[in-house]
Design a protein around this ligand. Structure first.
Ligand code: SAH
Length: 347
């Protein structure tokens, strides 16, 4: 019986107001409950202390609140925190809090497993089990915001969709979550502090540009040569670099927002001058910066971080061509919380 009840957070504010009006109550009651559900993150109807007992019981009879549960929290020696998050149907995802001196960033998941099949990513081995609902994405952010306040004395400042899953393959739910995260009734965060990281789904990049969300865009590029990119990211056979380029040009045209390319240099895969030259060429299409990411091994031995000479070669070639480049050190490696390591090992 319990399973038949609808998750109350699947309702929009308007639907909730209409529900109360249909019950003979005021639409204002819907607004009150909505605030409890989102702004105050109520876990149960019991928590809604300014709502009458009878109304709380009525909601109990009709709905459930499918709140996530942080099953396990691990802290890295560098301060990074990883949450193993249990969903209402017992599946799990992971989210990470990354603290720096100036800010705390939440790295959140958008799918259980992933739709894509990047050969170097631990999440890809899980396959896609399902998309996360907007409230499940929102709850991960709230949990990390609470941890940020508790352990670092400051609210969460940034959000990156770089956890498990491909956010642009769960577009509608990710957008609904962002709407809640940025709204007054939610967390009131600025969308400029949110980055969507994608493996590069051209059609959806264009849609994101059209929807004028003001979020930042990061693209996991890893190679600017089709044959190589297709071996490490097989979906590139369908979504080719030319299509990606066209979508990115469209994105920039519409948003004027600079794109970040995430790039790992692997030994024997993309560590030659030719690879770096192709990247430089790709960087000329739209204003961008390059984030050279350290590779986090996922235990299969095929991929290995290239030598520091190769990384330096990339760095200097990009700089010489006037392209901003940063080198991202991994955080939270000791607890498998670093990029590409999220695979529910703890559960
Ligand atoms: N699907 C999205 C978001 C999740 S991956 C995307 O592809 O962007 C987040 C980032 O981690 C991506 O840049 C991805 O390329 C990178 N990544 C994946 N596996 C990694 C690994 N083993 N080591 C380091 N970074 C990795």
């Amino acid at each position: 019986m319990k399973d038949k009840k609808k998750d109350i957070r699947a309702l929009t504010k308007e639907q909730l107001q209409q529900f109360f009006v249909a019950q003979g109550d005021k639409s204002f009651r819907g607004s009150q409950v909505y605030e409890w559900l989102w702004n105050k993150s109520a876990h149960s109807f019991e928590d809604m202390t300014n709502i009458s007992k009878a109304t709380r019981q009525m909601m109990e009879d009709n709905f459930v609140i499918n709140h996530i549960r942080v099953d396990q929290m691990q802290r890295s020696s560098d301060g990074t925190i990883k949450n193993a998050v249990r969903l209402h149907d017992d599946l799990t995802v992971e989210s990470v809090l990354i603290p720096t001196k100036k800010r705390t960033t939440a790295c959140v998941s958008s799918q259980v497993g992933c739709s894509l099949d990047c050969k170097f990513c631990a999440t890809a081995t899980l396959k896609r089990m399902r998309n996360l609902n907007p409230d499940e994405i929102y709850d991960q952010v709230v949990a990390i915001d609470n941890e940020s306040r508790l352990y670092f004395d400051k609210p969460l400042s940034n959000i990156v969709f770089m956890g498990m899953g491909e956010p642009l393959m769960n577009y509608n739910n990710v957008m609904k979550a962002i709407e809640k995260i940025t709204s007054k009734e939610g967390l009131g965060m600025s969308s400029k502090r949110i980055t969507i990281s994608t493996s590069g789904v051209p059609k959806m990049i264009k849609k994101l540009a059209d929807d004028e969300t003001k979020v930042k865009l990061a693209v996991s590029l890893h190679s600017a040569i089709d044959e190589i990119r297709t071996t490490i990211m097989p979906f590139n056979a369908t979504f080719t670099l030319a299509d990606l380029q066209e979508a990115l040009e469209y994105w920039y045209e519409k948003t004027k927002s600079r794109i970040t390319y995430e790039y790992i240099v692997w030994e024997g895969i993309n560590d030659t001058r030719k690879d770096a030259e192709a990247l430089v060429q790709f960087c000329k299409y739209v204003p961008c910066k390059v984030n050279l990411i350290e590779y986090n091994p996922i235990d299969d031995g095929v991929f290995q971080q290239a030598s520091s000479e190769a990384t330096n070669m990339y760095e200097s070639m990009l700089e010489r061509n006037g392209i901003t480049v940063t080198v991202r050190r991994s955080r939270g490696k000791d607890i498998d919380a670093a990029c590409g390591q999220l695979a529910n090992k703890s559960s």
